[in-house]
Design a protein around this ligand. Structure first.
Ligand SMILES: [Ca+2]
Ligand SMILES: [Ca+2]
Ligand SMILES: [Ca+2]
Length: 143
């Protein structure tokens, strides 16, 4: 009789663990679903870069360079009208590659080491020096 009680307690514990696992799965599935929704949602998808390269989506992205000074970012755009903010942190060499679309690219972070390759499309580039706008900028604004 006592053994049965122990076994049922074990079963209850296992079920509790199982329920926890299911709950965790639900959590990750929810995240994926949210991601799917935000990918479908057009316009102003916010991307905080955490790695190199940092690749945007084909939507209208708002892309931020990695957090911290001295981090060389490589940001690759994939179409859409994007905005790249690589001007929050300096002492770095951020390389931005655009494609089609009307992009706003900011590398006016106080250093003159960044490089913009705007690609096709009409890009507006905010730089510390004209040398930072290597190609593809239809308008260059030296800050
Ligand atoms: Ca950077
Ligand atoms: Ca920067
Ligand atoms: Ca710069």
């Amino acid at each position: 009789m006592r053994r049965i009680v122990v076994v049922s307690a074990l079963v209850a514990a296992l079920m509790a663990l199982g329920a926890g696992a299911v709950f965790a799965q639900d959590g990750s599935a929810g995240t994926t679903k949210e991601d799917g929704v935000s990918v479908i949602k057009a316009g102003n998808q916010r991307i905080q870069c955490t790695g190199v390269p940092c690749i945007a989506t084909g939507n209208d992205d708002l892309v931020f360079e990695r957090i911290g000074n001295g981090k060389q970012d490589r940001i690759i755009l994939r179409g859409g009208d994007d905005q790249v903010r690589a001007n929050a942190y300096g002492n770095d060499r951020d390389v931005i590659r655009g494609t089609s679309g009307f992009d706003l690219i900011y590398v006016d972070d106080g250093d003159t080491r960044d490089r913009i390759f705007g690609g096709k499309g009409r890009d507006k580039c905010f730089v510390d020096a004209r040398a930072e706008a290597v190609a593809g900028c239809s308008r260059i604004i030296v800050q």
